[in-house]
Ligand binder design. Sequence first.
Ligand SMILES: CN1C(=O)N(C)[C@H]2CS[C@@H](CCCCC(=O)O)[C@H]21
Length: 122
Amino acid sequence: ERKCILTGDWQNDLGSNMTISAVNGAGQFSGLYLTAVSATEKPILVSPLNGSQHVDNLEHPTFGFTVKWSFSDSTTVFVGQCFTDDHGKETLQTMWLLRVKAKSMDDNWKATTVGTNVFTRI
Ligand SMILES: CN1C(=O)N(C)[C@H]2CS[C@@H](CCCCC(=O)O)[C@H]21
């Protein structure tokens, strides 16, 4: 069967790039995320990510990871699954939650956005 280990370089449909380091025996990994677009006007910098994937059955494993943005006070969590097509092409089908810093509890209701996102190997 086709295996999917997340280690390597990926690009998504927003033009963001991410590099995932070695996945250890427990499925844990770290990496770097470079966004092409941002909700802030600040310069875009590389941001760290940490997460884990299932490694028990490498056929289409699920995973999750968190990006702590280095240029804003926000955080994004991604959850998804790796799929491999008949030609061996891998895609990461994900959903994400972006939490921006609310100025006060009154703004808490509007501080989280959600979206879908697909990554392919670079
Ligand atoms: C570039 N992005 C990307 O590749 N996404 C999948 C979405 C979900 S995380 C967001 C970027 C947030 C940057 C930090 C901020 O704007 O506060 C956007």
